[in-house]
Design a protein. Structure first.
Length: 316
């Protein structure tokens, strides 16, 4: 049908939502059909609208080339800031998973009422290692599962990655969506992403540096979708060879404690309009609180841990 002359003459525009997936997720072993979406462009001589919540400058160039759009390109942008998410960046040893013991402690304290959390890793091997560490620590405390049944559906910490059967993934997601779900922490790869909307996830953890600023921003967007204050914790452990320059800087400067603001650094890599650029400049020049508040929630204190330390309340 798509190739019929009658149909082709009636197509006025090609709309592609989540357009970044045609570049970021189109690999031979992970959603290869995404790589075929641009082929539709060869069938229709019409306008093309590519929609995505986050788009860096290099990605924009790749999309224009892949969809053969040419030079007649217009960008309509909005700064993709996630103001309700506090960003935390911590340098740790490469295999020092003791830095994740606070997750175990939260589950021991609150059990099935602990905040829902995602722990992102770059590979299924790392997912297995982090899951095993957390699970073993909970077993040692007698808290690996609700009622200590040991059944998978009663476990507080689960895994999610593309090597799992689809029915296992679907079952876990159905359980995790429930507000009173026994599962409180999912250790996952980027397979936990597209099309998954669970509004009450409160915390996203990255164990290791994400591939790119785009990946990082997409993944932290899995928490706080209900608009309530949430947190994203980036642990600077190892860095894969294919990590892009924007996150290499975060790894290097973060290790040295020399990042001025993690939020500004990430947002500055997206395609920005004039209003967005002005918003970035305002972020850089925002005034710090100097009132010595007992519980400060100024624009510095709710941004990232680097800005948090600059607030007058902290310094006093």
């Amino acid at each position: 049908m798509l190739r019929s002359e009658v149909y082709r003459k009636r197509v006025v525009a090609l709309f592609v939502d989540e357009a970044h997936c045609a570049i970021e997720w189109a690999t031979p072993d992970f959603r290869p059909d995404f790589n075929r979406v641009p082929n539709l462009r060869s069938l229709y001589n019409c306008s093309v609208v590519l929609v995505t919540a986050t788009c860096t400058s290099p990605l924009s160039v790749q999309l224009v080339n892949k969809f053969a759009i040419g030079d007649n390109v217009a960008h309509i942008t909005q700064l993709p800031d996630r103001k309700n998410i506090f960003l935390n960046c911590t340098s740790v040893g490469q295999d020092d998973m003791s830095s994740l013991m606070w997750i175990v402690e939260a589950i021991i304290e609150k059990c099935h009422e602990a905040d829902k959390m995602l722990v992102y890793c770059r590979s299924t091997v790392k997912v297995s290692k982090v899951w095993a560490f957390l699970s073993y620590a909970l077993v040692q405390q007698g808290r690996a599962s609700k009622g200590n049944t040991g059944r998978s559906e009663d476990l507080f910490v689960r895994q999610f990655h593309s090597s799992q059967p689809g029915e296992c993934q679907a079952s876990l997601l159905n359980q995790f969506r429930k507000p009173d779900s026994t599962c409180r922490v999912i250790v996952c790869t980027i397979a936990f992403g597209l099309g998954i909307d669970i509004p009450d996830i409160r915390h996203v953890v990255h164990w290791g540096v994400p591939k790119s600023a785009l990946s990082y921003w997409q993944e932290i967007g899995r928490c706080g979708r209900d608009g309530f204050p949430s947190r994203a914790s980036l642990f600077l452990t190892s860095m894969d060879p294919n990590t892009e320059p924007d996150m290499r800087v975060v790894h290097q400067m973060g290790k040295l404690g020399q990042l001025e603001c993690l939020r500004v650094h990430i947002l500055s890599h997206f395609v920005l309009g004039d209003d967005d650029t002005r918003s970035i400049e305002l972020l850089k020049r925002r005034p710090a609180c100097t009132l010595s508040c007992s519980s400060c929630v100024c624009s510095w204190c709710v941004c990232c841990n680097f800005c948090f330390q600059k607030c007058g309340c902290r310094q006093s």
